[in-house]
Structure formats: C-alpha cells, structure tokens
Design a protein around this ligand. Structure first.
Ligand code: FAD
Length: 401
C-alpha cells in the first residue's frame, strides 16, 4: 500500500489529505507541517479574526479529531529540511526522517522582505500565520497608529480591520496606486476612496527607505510616525526544499495539470507552485488563493488515486474590507479593453476585462450576480454583447451573444 507523505499542513496540505481518503486511498498518509496548529484558514486572519469576530477554533479547516479518525498521521511543529529523491525520504529539522512512495509538497508562500535598513527589526509585523496575526492583534490598541507598508490585499484588509478597532492607519504604497499589481485602476480608485472615507491615510508613490524607532523613514527623509508597522509587500513561493532537491522551479515549483512536478513521485500544490491555466491556453501562473489550493489538492488526489481529474476552474479570489465584498474571477491576460457595469462611485459595480468579444476577467464589488455570471461566461468562452454587458438593467444571462 503506497505511503503518502504531505509536507506543509496548510490549506492545500490539509485538503489533499482529506481528499485522498475521500477518493479511496487506504494506505498510510502522513501530514507534516512546521506550525503548531492543525491546518487552518488564513483569510480570516486579516478580516473577521483580527476584528475579534471569529475564534481560533473557527479557523480550523477540520476539527483536530478528524485526522486521527481518518487514519491520517498529523505531525505538527516539524520542519522538513531536505528531500532524498533516490532514497525516497524526507529529513526533518528534529533529526527524524520519513519514507514515502508519493510525496506531496504544500509549503505555501512566505512574506517578501524589503532589503532596507531596519528590515530585520524584531518589532516589525507581517501577516502570514496565526502567530503573526496574534502579534498584530496585540498591537492594535485603540488610539495607536499603525503604518502599513504595501497597499496590497493583505495590507488593506488589515488596515480596514484596524480601523474598526479604533486604530489610526496610514498605508504607504510605492506604486502610484494601491492594488496596482493585482487590480484595475477603477478598483484602485474605489478602494482608495473607501479607505479614506473610513479615515485611513493612503499615501501612494512613496518609497520606504528604513524602519526606525518611532516609525518608517521615507526616501525624502521624512519620518512617518507609527506605534506599529505591518509590512505586506507580497509573497514568494516557499520552494527551498524543491530547489534543493533539483525539481524544476521557475517562480514556484513547476507542475502540470495533475499537480505533478518534474519528479513523477512528487506532487506540489497551492501557493508554492507555478501551474498551467487551461482556461488561458495553458499559460503558467503562480496564484495565492484558497480556490487555487483546493483545485490543485483535487488534481493531486485524483492523479494519485487514479481518478479522472477535476474540470479546470476559472481562477477566483475574494477580499472583504469594511462592508465591501470584492470577488474576482479570471485573469486580465490578453484583455484589450475594460468596461464598467454599475456605479463605481456609490453602488455595486463590476469591471469586465474583454479580449475581443469575450470576457477574460471580472472584478465585482458587492455584485455577486455579476461575479457568478462573469465567471460562467469566462469558463465557456461565450461571446458577449458589450453594450448589453455595460447596462446593469440587462441580466447577465441576457448578455451572451
Ligand atoms: P499555506 O496555507 O500557507 O500552508 C503552507 C504550510 O506549509 C504552512 O503552515 C507552513 O508553515 C508550512 N511549511 C512551509 N515550509 C515547511 C517545511 N519546510 N516543513 C514543514 N512545513 C512547512 N486567499 C483567498 O482566496 N481569499 C482571501 O481572502 C485570502 N486572504 C488571505 C489573508 C491572509 C492574511 C493570508 C496570509 C492569506 C490569504 N489568502 C486568501 C491566501 C490563502 O490563505 C492561501 O492562498 C492559502 O492558504 C494557500 O494554501 P497553501 O497550503 O498553499 O499554503
């Protein structure tokens, strides 16, 4: 009976372990991760959990008892150090090692660090893990001032949660708009306005040059005073193990549509992978999202148990800030124009990215029907009537040509 070893007990690792049993794998499964907690969900760490609206128990992907009940050996607090591909063993930092027939890597991503003076200060905050979130939460006392370096999703969500706790927030973004790498200009304008309306100071086009006592030094020499500093400048694939083992890596571990790496006995899933996007002609992408982790967990579990793989999904993502729900489906790859449906100044709206007469991406703000409809039209590559699409009075079903 094949023994399956999963390294990384996060969203992808926890999911693939459960799916392997669900798909009928009867052999041993070992799920080993370096964090102390059983697999948990990270999205609430910057949202409901940070605001005190969710408990630690509520974060768990599955109750702690699930793993023993399913015959899954869960090893927490263990860090994998090296893979011996010839001997099919993984060595851990505590000196133990584990044999495998099939290895699944699910080590996620790590926070990018800035190479500037003070970047190694122990009081700097980041937000990837429950431990990080606990430190951030402790710093969010009413009346204190939080500087958020980086206007990406994690920074903006944490900023919104901090505001709801009565904390003053300043966001420092190097680009000329927030969410510059991940969203349209319309969306960036909307979120800038939203945060400013909630009292957040948003400063774009500013270069952080050092972290110091009392705040953040900018390249123009000024000091942005802050009691706490959260750095959220993106993530990097946590692929050290894979690189060390000689697996093909290129901005993440390169996998195919079954989540298999360049070694047929090793799969990789989740944030750490560079994966093909069948809906976008097989283009490779590294995605950091829960739906991606789940889709690849299904791909790997299906391939390992000899089942047909899942139908390729349109990638999607969500973000919650204040009372706004943003949902994004697709990638703006190859888009030649954008079209707005609804009212970006006040009401629900969606930005559609079109390539010719086909939607390739939709960014929907408090507009779940536009998100759902857009996602289906992307999946089916259905040509649409742009005039109808721009008119919120026309249903998403009626926009297809
Ligand atoms: P992870 O869940 O990060 O798990 C990887 C695990 O591997 C970690 O526990 C890590 O400690 C462990 N590990 C790493 N190296 C080793 C090693 N050598 N040995 C043993 N263990 C190791 N996605 C959304 O879709 N929507 C959201 O709203 C959203 N919000 C987010 C908010 C925050 C604050 C964060 C941090 C992420 C958010 N995400 C969101 C992203 C989402 O959580 C990730 O895409 C998802 O967790 C990826 O799952 P994963 O298993 O690949 O990685």
């Amino acid at each position: 009976m094949n023994k399956i070893l999963i390294i990384g007990a996060g969203h992808a690792g926890g999911s693939v372990a459960a799916l392997l049993r669900q798909y009928g794998h009867e052999g041993p499964i070992v799920l080993a991760g370096e964090e102390a907690s059983p697999p948990y969900q990270r999205p609430p760490l910057s949202k409901a959990w940070l605001k005190g609206e969710a408990t630690g128990e509520g974060l768990l992907l599955r109750p702690e008892s699930f793993y023993a009940e399913q015959g899954i050996e869960l090893r927490t607090g263990v860090t994998a150090m090296a893979i011996d591909r010839d001997g099919k063993r993984v060595r851990f930092a505590d000196g133990t090692d584990e044999r495998y027939d099939v290895l699944v890597l699910a080590t996620g991503s790590t926070a990018r660090r800035l190479a500037i003076p003070g970047a190694d200060r122990p009081d700097l905050l980041e937000l990837r893990t429950l431990d990080d979130a606990e430190q951030l939460k402790a710093a969010l006392q009413p009346g204190r001032r939080l500087a958020v370096v980086g206007g990406g999703y994690v920074g903006l969500e944490a900023g919104a949660s901090a505001r709801s706790l009565g904390v003053e927030v300043v966001v420092l973004e190097r680009m000329d708009r927030v969410l510059a790498r991940v969203a349209s200009e319309t969306l960036s304008r909307f979120f800038t306005y939203l945060h400013r309306a909630h009292g957040v100071e948003i400063r774009t086009g500013v270069e952080v040059s050092a972290f110091e006592d009392g705040g953040v030094r900018l390249a123009d020499g000024s000091l942005v005073a802050a009691d706490a500093v959260l750095v959220g400048v993106g993530g990097m694939a946590c692929d050290t193990l894979a690189v060390g083992a000689g697996l093909t890596c290129d901005n993440g571990v390169v996998v195919d549509e079954t989540a298999r790496t360049s070694d047929p006995s090793i799969y990789a899933i989740g944030d750490m992978t560079s994966r093909p996007m069948p809906v976008y002609g097989g283009r490779m992408a590294r995605l950091e999202s829960v739906p991606n982790a789940l889709e690849q967990a299904k791909q790997a579990a299906a391939a390992i148990t000899g089942r047909p793989g899942p139908v390729p999904e349109v990638p999607w993502f969500w973000s919650d800030q204040y009372d706004v729900k943003l949902q994004i489906a697709g990638l703006p790859t190859g888009a030649d124009r954008q079209l707005v449906r609804g009212d970006p100044a006040g009401g629900p709206f969606a930005v559609f990215h079109l390539a010719g007469d086909r939607i390739v991406c939709v960014e929907a703000v408090n507009a779940p029907a536009d998100f759902m409809g857009g996602r289906q039209l992307i999946a089916r590559a259905t040509p649409v009537d742009a005039v109808k699409l721009a008119d919120p009075a026309v249903s998403m079903k009626a926009v297809a040509l």
